[in-house]
Ligand binder design. Structure first.
Ligand code: TA6
Length: 264
């Protein structure tokens, strides 16, 4: 099987790895910490196959394509081969051009993980796109985890026909399949993981949506690229612009979305 090419980062501040396919951050472990990103032991690592874990780049649509043309779930960016255009010990930049979009992804791996997704519209007309940094965070036991930052925010519940409701005042807990698209929020989310005695902060700019996902037991059992108990060790906190928060870019315009992940 053809292996995927990757760039390995190893500095006194952090260890990590980014695949050229999808400019996919697969690993990030700051010095003195446990790995911060979840990666399924059963993930495909083959050309054209989505990688289950790390930080998949979702672009230019979220979920199924909706313009009547063919295309993979969550867009073509995560399974395309990107070009490494800048590389130093801890700072990398990747670029990809397709369907009139020029996309640049910057990664800085240190005590924090700093990500930036920059899109320029070369279609010659106004262009609409969705995007997400579909970040899989590693936790000891998702059943013990709580997430703050989303109190009072409206979300679509994809486990209940996209029903819209508002997040209550209490920290968010995961006790069943959870697939929630929070809208019109610029908030920083904090994941508290008592099992590993740490907090993971996800701070963002240029993003109006946050997605929280855990497939739980039954959905995981149906996923060939997840171990049966993998759902316990992960929670996705996704930095995004989806649905009514999709971006509409004028010809030649650029949009930049960033996320910083850190363990304070
Ligand atoms: O972001 C949550 C979600 O949209 C879920 O509905 C689920 O489909 C997940 O992404 C994983 O999608 P994937 O295409 O990577 O299997």
């Amino acid at each position: 099987m053809t292996a995927l090419e990757s760039v390995v980062v190893s500095t006194p501040q952090a260890e990590g790895e980014v695949y050229l396919q999808g400019a996919h951050v697969a690993r990030w472990t700051p010095a003195g910490q446990l790995p911060v990103l979840f990666m399924s032991s059963r993930s495909a690592l083959a050309p054209g196959k989505a990688i289950r874990g790390g930080v998949p780049i979702v672009f230019p649509w979220f979920g199924a394509r909706s313009d009547g043309k063919p295309g993979p779930a969550h867009g073509w960016a995560r399974t395309s081969l990107w070009t490494l255009v800048e590389g130093s010990a801890d700072r990398l930049a990747f670029e990809l051009t397709d369907e009139g979009f020029h996309v640049r992804f910057e990664v800085a791996m240190g005590a924090t993980l700093d990500l930036a997704l920059e899109v320029r519209n070369y279609t010659g007309a106004e262009a609409r796109f969705e995007e997400a940094l579909h970040t899989y965070l590693a936790v000891a036991d998702v059943r013990q985890v709580s997430v703050t930052g989303l109190a009072g925010v409206e979300y679509m519940d994809k486990t209940d026909g996209f029903r819209r409701t508002v997040q209550g005042p209490e920290p968010l807990r995961i006790a069943k399949e959870t697939d929630s698209v929070y809208l019109n929020t610029a908030a920083t989310c904090v994941v508290t993981d008592p099992g590993w005695e740490r907090r993971i902060v996800v701070e963002k700019t240029g993003s109006a949506s946050t997605v929280i996902w855990n497939p739980w037991i039954e959905k995981t059992a149906g996923m060939a690229d997840m171990g049966p108990d993998d759902w316990q060790g992960m929670i996705c906190v996704e930095t995004a612009n989806v649905a009514e928060n999709a971006i509409v870019l004028a010809p030649g315009a650029t949009h930049r979305m960033t996320a910083q992940i850190r363990c304070p």
